[in-house]
Design a protein around this ligand. Structure first.
Ligand code: FEO
Length: 614
C-alpha cells in the first residue's frame, strides 16, 4: 500500500524508510534506521527525482504509481548514481519504458557500469546550468562533484524555490510520519545523526562542499529536499550554518571529547580523572568515549563537533591499541583540521602509543598537539596527578571561553551585559474605533500575583502604544519557538499607521474584543491598564490581568532563541582559496602552483585536466 507525503501542491515524497538495515554502506551502524527519499513533480510533464535503495523498492513503486495516477512518467532525474538511490533504476525503466533518464556525463558512465539496460536510447545528458522545462516548472542542474561521488549534481526548481540537494543536508534516521524538519525536534533528536552522516560520508570533501554552498548562496531556497532524512522548509539557514562549520572544519562547540582505549581500566581511570579536573575547572559537557564500545563513526563525528580532543591509549603489540588506531586513522582519513589535541599513553614495559598517536595526528592540518603527553606505567600514581593537572591547564589555556574575564571587559558600562538578560517575545494587540493593530514586544512580565498584574513597556513610536494609551486595554499573545520569521517581519517591521496588519485575516477575540494569535502562540494574557508611567522613549503600562487562555503546550520563544534559530543569518562568505580543481572528478588541489606531474588522487587524471579554482 502506498505511503506518500505532499511537499508542495504538485510535488510529492515517494521514498521509503528502512529500519532493518544494521550497517549503512555496510559500515555505519544506523540504530534509528535511514530513509531513502525520492520526489515526483506532477507538472505538465511528470518528473521523478532519483529512485531508492532496493530495500524499499516495493513501497516506492506503489508510491510512484499512486502519485502518477495513470499518467506516464516522462523523466527521471539521476542526481546521484550511488545504489542507495539508483538500485531501482533498471526496474523503473522496465515499468516505464517511455521514460527519459536525465543525468550528467559522469552519471551516464556509471549507469553503464552498474546496469545492462539500454540507456543510450533514452538518456538526456545535462551539464552545469542546463534546464529542463516541464510546464510551470523549469529544473536547473548544478554540478556538485564529490558531494559525495564525482557524478553528483543537485537540481533547482526556481518556480517553487526548491533545491533537490542529493546527499547534501541528508541524515541517518528513518522518517516516522513527520516529513518536515520543523515537525520533529531536529536539534535534540536528529542533529547528532546528521553530523555523523556528514562527517563520515562527505567530511573528507570540505572544499567541494564549500563549492556547492557557494553556488547555493546565489539562489533563493525555500524548500530543501535531500535524499535522506527530513525535508527543510523553515530555519534552513540554521542547517546551512552547520554545513558551513563542518565543511570548513570549524568546531561547533568549545568543549572536550576524550576517547580512550583501556584494557584493564587504568587508562580509563586517568581519562576519567582528567575529565573530572576539566569539569572542576568549569568546562561544560565533557564527553568520554571508550573506543572499544563506540563505533569509529561516532568518534569521527564527535571530533568534527568539539574543539578539543584527548586521546588516551594503552600500548598494545608495541603499537597503539587496535580500536584506537582504527579511530585515529579514520579521523585522519576524513581530513579533520583546526583542533587542539592532548595525549595520554600507557604501557607496562615500553609505552609507545603516545609517540605513534602523535605521528598519525601530526598529519592533520592546522591542529595543535599539546607537548606534554602524560605517560603512565600500568596505572596512574599519586605523584603523577600533577602531570594531569598540567595537561588540564594546558587544555584550558587554549580554550578562549575558559579564560578569566579580564578587568577591561568587566568594566562598568559594558553594554553587552544588557544582552545577557532573558526575554520572551509577544504580539501585543489593541483595538480602537473598530481598527485592530499589533506589534512585537519583548517586555511583558508579571509584576504581582495578588492582584495579578503584568507590566509591558511599549515604544512611543508604535501605533499600538497610542491605541493602548487611549483605550487602556490590550492582549499579549505569547509566541512559541515555531513562530516563523515572516510573522516577526509582519508585526515588527511595518507600522499600523500605514498598513492594516489584520486585513483579510480572521482571528479570535478575547472577552475585551481584541484579537489574539493562535497557531504561533501558546497563551494569551488580556490586560486592563491600571497605571501608565512615562519613561521617556517608552511608556510602562501596569495592567490588571482580566483574562488568561492557554492555547498550546509548545515552548515559548526567547529573544536568544529568535536570534539563534529564527532570524535569518547572512550567508557566511567562504574563505578565498587558491588552487586547482580537477575537471573530471572535482578534486581540489590547494596551492599557488600545480606541479606538472601531479596526478589526481581520486580519478588519476593528470595536471592537464585541472583548471584554476574560481
Ligand atoms: Fe545516499 Fe552517496 O548516497
Amino acid at each position: 500500500m502506498y505511503c506518500v507525503k505532499k511537499v508542495h501542491d504538485d510535488l510529492y515524497w515517494v521514498g521509503g524508510s528502512d529500519r532493518r538495515l544494521a550497517l549503512f554502506e555496510n559500515v555505519f551502524p544506523i540504530p534509528r534506521g535511514v530513509s531513502y527519499n525520492a520526489y515526483v513533480l506532477t507538472d505538465e510533464k511528470t518528473v521523478l527525482l532519483d529512485t531508492v535503495d532496493r530495500a524499499v523498492s516495493g513501497v516506492f513503486f506503489e508510491n510512484l504509481g499512486h502519485v502518477l495516477n495513470g499518467r506516464p512518467l516522462d523523466y527521471v532525474v539521476v542526481n546521484h548514481m550511488e545504489p542507495d538511490h539508483c538500485a531501482t533504476l533498471a526496474e523503473l525503466v522496465l515499468r516505464y519504458p517511455g521514460v527519459t533518464v536525465v543525468c550528467n556525463a559522469k552519471a551516464l558512465a556509471m549507469i553503464r557500469q552498474f546496469f545492462t539496460f539500454d540507456i543510450d536510447s533514452r538518456v538526456r545528458v545535462v551539464k552545469e546550468g542546463d534546464t529542463l522545462e516541464t510546464g510551470a516548472h523549469a529544473l536547473t542542474f548544478i554540478m556538485a562533484p564529490m558531494v559525495h561521488w564525482p557524478e553528483v549534481m543537485v537540481t533547482y526548481d526556481a518556480a517553487s524555490k526548491t533545491l533537490f540537494s542529493a546527499d547534501a543536508f541528508g541524515t541517518f534516521g528513518a522518517l516516522s510520519g513527520n516529513l518536515f524538519a520543523d515537525e520533529v525536534n531536529f536539534e535534540a533528536e536528529w542533529l547528532d545523526d546528521a553530523r555523523r552522516y556528514y562527517a563520515n560520508i562527505v567530511g573528507k570533501y570540505g572544499t567541494q562542499v564549500q563549492a556547492l554552498l557557494k553556488k547555493a548562496s546565489n539562489i533563493e531556497i525555500e524548500t530543501l529536499c535531500p535524499l535522506h532524512g527530513p525535508v527543510w522548509r523553515r530555519n534552513i539557514g540554521w542547517f546551512v550554518e552547520k554545513y558551513q562549520k563542518w565543511s570548513t572544519y570549524t568546531p561547533e562547540d568549545e568543549s572536550v571529547v576524550i576517547a580512550y582505549a583501556s584494557v584493564y581500566g587504568d587508562t580509563e581511570n586517568a581519562a576519567a580523572i582528567l575529565a573530572s579536573k576539566l569539569a572542576d575547572a568549569g568546562v561544560k559537557n565533557v564527553k568520554m568515549y571508550d573506543v572499544s564500545a563506540t563505533h569509529p563513526s561516532v568518534i569521527v563525528s564527535e571530533a568534527f563537533r568539539a574543539s578539543h580532543l584527548v586521546f588516551a591509549s594503552t600500548t598494545y603489540n608495541a603499537g597503539i591499541f587496535c580500536n584506537m588506531e582504527t579511530a585515529l586513522l579514520d579521523i585522519a582519513a576524513h581530513n579533520l583540521q583546526n583542533r587542539t589535541i592532548a595525549l595520554i599513553e600507557n604501557g607496562s614495559w615500553a609505552a609507545t602509543s603516545g609517540k605513534l598517536m602523535r605521528e598519525i595526528l601530526g598529519g592533520l592540518r592546522n591542529c595543535t598537539i599539546l607537548e606534554n603527553t602524560v605517560s603512565l606505567k600500568s596505572s596512574l600514581k599519586e605523584n603523577q596527578l600533577g602531570e594531569l593537572d598540567a595537561l588540564c591547564a594546558a587544555i584550558l589555556s587554549t580554550m578562549p571561553g575558559m579564560q578569566p574575564v579580564s578587568a577591561p571587559a568587566a568594566a562598568a558600562n559594558d553594554m553587552s551585559a544588557m544582552f545577557k538578560l532573558s526575554y520572551g517575545l509577544f504580539v501585543l494587540t489593541a483595538r480602537e474605533d473598530g481598527k485592530d493593530n499589533g506589534c512585537i514586544v519583548n517586555t511583558v512580565s508579571q509584576l504581582t500575583s495578588t492582584p495579578n498584574r503584568v507590566t509591558v513597556a511599549v515604544n512611543k513610536a508604535n501605533y499600538t502604544h497610542d491605541m493602548i494609551l487611549r483605550t487602556g486595554e490590550f492582549n499579549a499573545s505569547i509566541l512559541t519557538q515555531d513562530t516563523p520569521f515572516e510573522l516577526f517581519r509582519h508585526y515588527g517591521f511595518q507600522s499600523g499607521r500605514t498598513v492594516d496588519k489584520f486585513e483579510g485575516v480572521e482571528m479570535p477575540r478575547a472577552a475585551n474584543g481584541i484579537v489574539y494569535l493562535v497557531g504561533v502562540a501558546n497563551a494569551v494574557i488580556s490586560g486592563k491598564v491600571a497605571q501608565a508611567i512615562d519613561c521617556g522613549t517608552h511608556t510602562l503600562f501596569i495592567a490588571d490581568v482580566t483574562e488568561l487562555r492557554t492555547l498550546s503546550n509548545d515552548r515559548s520563544v526567547t529573544y536568544q532563541y529568535y536570534f539563534d534559530h529564527i532570524k535569518p543569518k547572512p550567508a557566511p562568505v567562504p574563505p578565498e582559496k587558491k588552487g586547482f580543481v580537477c575537471k573530471i572528478c572535482g578534486y581540489v588541489y590547494e596551492g599557488d602552483e600545480l606541479p606538472a606531474d601531479f596526478v589526481c588522487p581520486l580519478c588519476k587524471h593528470g595536471a592537464e585536466d585541472f583548471e584554476p579554482l574560481k
